[in-house]
Structures are given as C-alpha cells and as structure tokens.
Design a binder for this molecule. Sequence first.
Ligand SMILES: Cc1cc2nc3c(=O)[nH]c(=O)nc-3n(C[C@H](O)[C@H](O)[C@H](O)COP(=O)(O)O)c2cc1C
Length: 373
Amino acid sequence: MESLKLGSLEVWPPIVLAPMAGITNAPFRTLCREQGGGLFVCEMITTRALVERNAKTFKMIRFDPAEQPRSIQLYGVDPVTVGKAVRMIADEDLADHVDLNFGCPVPKVTRRGGGSALPYKRNLLRAILREAVRNAGALPVTMKMRKGIDDDHLTYLDAGRIAVEEGVSAIALHGRTAVQHYGGTADWEAIARLKEAVTEIPVLGNGDVWSAADAMRMMDETGCDGVVVGRGCLGRPWLFRDLAAACEGDRERVRPSLGEVAATMDRHATLLAECFDSEPHAVADFRKHVGWYLKGFTVGSDLRRRLATSVTLADLRQGLSELDPAQPWPEGADGPRGKSNPRDRVHLPAGWLDDPYDLAVPGADAELDTSGG
Ligand SMILES: Cc1cc2nc3c(=O)[nH]c(=O)nc-3n(C[C@H](O)[C@H](O)[C@H](O)COP(=O)(O)O)c2cc1C
C-alpha cells in the first residue's frame, strides 16, 4: 500500500476522515487524530460565508496547533465566490488542503442546484474547479462527489474526467446517487469504474466502511488509492487506530471496555467545551454522540436518557460514572450508525435536467444551507 499523494502533500496511511457537518469539528478531529494518522477534513464551510468573513464560519476553521495537514471542505455554487474563498485560504494560510463538496443531497441545497445536483451541469462544474485550482497556488484541491442524481442521471465519470482536465489533485466518490441519500448499500463497483477511468490522480472510495476490514476490502475490490470514512467513526474514534494498524498489515483491533468508552466520551465533551467556550452549548452538541458511543452495550434506558439529556459536564460525568466500567466490548456493536434513510426523489430547480451544459450559476440562496453531505 502506498501513501496518498495530494499534489505536494503526502498522507500516510491513505485514510481520510470524511467531512461531516456538525461532527468533524476540531475536538472530534483531535480524538480521531490521536488514534492514528491520515487526513482529517473539517466540517463543510460555505464559500460565501467565508468570503464575507462571517464570525461563526471563522470559528469553524480553527485548528489545533498540532493539526497537520489542516484540511478545509468548501461548499459553493458560484465559480467567482469559490475562487475568492480558495484564494483567501491560500493567501492567509488558513489551511493546507481544500476539498470541494459536490455530494450534499439535502433538499434545501439540491432544490437550488447546489451539492449533488451541481455536477449534472458539466460546464458549471468545470468553471468552479478551474477557479478553485487557479486560485489555490500550491494548495492541493480535491473534490468529493456522489455517483449522480439517480441511476438515469449518472455524472461521476464525466466529473472525474473534468476534474483531471482542470488540475484537481484527487477525487473521492461516495458510491451512492443523490436520491439514495444514505439508504441501501454503497456501490463499490462504481468506485472501481472511476478508478479504471481516472489514471492520472488518486481516486478515493467512500461509503459503508464500518471497520478496518471493510477499508481493506474496499481497496482490494476497487483498486482505490485511499478510503474516506464517515459514519463508521461515529462513537468510534478509535477506528482510526484499527485503520492505521491494518494499513501496516496488523489485524489487531481496538475493543474498548465500557469504562474506556466512558473516558473517551468525557474527553470528547471536555474538548467540545474548551472549543465552544460554552459548556451548555458543548454538552448539548455532545448529546447526539451518546447513542453512537453506547451502541451495543447493555445500559438501562433511564441512564441512557439521562446521559443524552445532560445539561452540564457535571451531569454528564455523573451519568458516565454510573456505567459499568468492566463491561467488555459487545459483539455485533460495529453495525451501521447515523443516517440510513433513502429519499423518494431529488428536489431540483425547474428544468435542471433539460440541459447538462448550460452555465447558469445558481442564485446566492443556494449557499444558505450549512449542513450536509
Ligand atoms: C451527519 C453527516 C454529515 C455530513 N456532512 C457532510 C459534509 O459536510 N460534506 C460532505 O462532503 N459530506 C458530508 N457527509 C457525507 C459523508 O462525508 C460521507 O460521504 C457519507 O456519510 C458516506 O460515507 P460513510 O458510509 O462512510 O458514512 C455527511 C454525512 C453525515 C452522516
């Protein structure tokens, strides 16, 4: 296995923490980075908000001084604004790597032509990539996308070719269409097809990697150059230790006891409180992680509820102290976590599918949403 080469950046092991809005903030990235190496992408940042120097957005791109490389994912629909955002990142040394999000399936975004709807407009995609790369200087620019809008409107092979032609450093493919949302299983065959079609730059596979064994299987079956892991690390930051070990040829797996999980939960919430400068905000943000951390363990419903409704760190720690620290890692606790629902349709602007080549730029309101992939 080789290290992942993104322009002049070299990443070992070839493992990427997928950008996840509301999850992959600096505290979560720290927890994952402490386990093993790789590339750890921040939450999605809206290009317009960055260019307008929105204070909340600037807080979202704070990195721990030890974090290297610093990776920012941008979401934008307007080539000019994307170009300005990338130039700002390069000129002001805000990050070492920029990823562009073309995978967001949230209706609010696709309805306006953004996210996973955008690659259907080949020339608009090309214009965005061109402006991003032109303004990036030495920073590598990568893109993350889905297979297409639905099975009748697949875009990933065209998008891959356009990305190569515009000087993008790597492409990540989530093996689902927009209409699939997070339902069904990811199509690793499509990752293999993209890898066959794109030989000039690394192709990264994404979708349904829940364990290090899955990551190794994805690389074997698709030939991809690296693996992007999203929901698999929800409540499982130590998955990065397994992934790093597997890349070194070691099959040892981390199987923490409930006491070790509780210590990680405490640390996660504490890091959030330090980062947010607000304990109530941090504890509220942490609530969504509780079920993921405890999945598979035997914990009474009353204690689970108290942990998931804590208001202060003291409440949370009281609950954690009531967990049985000796309870071993449960068999079968590795299964799916997080979003898993399909959609029945993709909301698109009127007439969006009529012409794959027109260059109309979606309105500024396509940039309002700040969540999702
Ligand atoms: C809560 C959540 C938030 C996400 N936010 C983003 C995002 O901001 N940008 C992005 O490109 N993908 C986003 N995604 C998609 C993931 O990066 C990834 O492509 C997807 O979850 C499939 O990979 P997985 O099966 O390993 O989870 C998000 C996924 C989840 C579950």
